[in-house]
Design a protein around this ligand. Structure first.
Ligand SMILES: [Zn+2]
Length: 155
């Protein structure tokens, strides 16, 4: 299971080489179960499906997934498993340096994931970002968790 600590690092190993896709006609779409793209022993961490579409300028990603994350309930302070679901709608383009070298303009430096100069796409980082974005702001083990104070002596 994923944890908050692991999500602040680099927990998902899913590097995908898009060079074959980029040699196909624009509009070509590849569909994968996310679990098949993850590294060894990580198959069960994220479920769902991801589609990669050659857009001409890069690759459009779409998909939906789910992951279980170990969180701490803000009321009772117990650890519990949060089922996080997310959707992906994202465009990825070649790395700015690569694009600049080819004379393209309009690329800006940010923390976006880009297609590397070796045509590798870090899907693990894209998945990580989407899971983090969909973590609950107020984690609760269950909606009616009574918390610490309200637990009486006879419970
Ligand atoms: Zn709780």
């Amino acid at each position: 299971m994923l944890t908050l600590e692991s999500l602040s690092d680099d927990p998902l190993d899913a590097h995908f080489n898009v060079s074959a896709l980029l040699q196909q006609p624009v509009g070509t779409t590849l569909v994968y179960p996310i679990s098949t793209l993850l590294g060894r022993d990580q198959e069960s961490l994220v479920s769902g499906t991801i589609r990669l579409i050659h857009t001409g300028r890069g690759v459009a990603l779409s998909g939906e997934g789910a992951a279980d994350v170990l969180l701490t309930c803000m009321r009772c302070l117990d650890e519990y498993c949060e089922h996080v679901t997310f959707t992906i709608e994202e465009q990825v383009h070649p790395e700015p340096r690569f694009a600049l070298r080819r004379g393209a303009v309009g690329f800006e430096e940010d923390d976006e994931v880009h297609i590397g100069t070796d045509n590798t796409l870090d899907l693990g980082e894209i998945l990580r970002q989407h899971i983090v974005l969909h973590l609950p702001l107020k984690p609760l083990c269950r909606a009616d968790c009574p918390g610490l104070e309200e637990i009486g002596p006879d419970v």
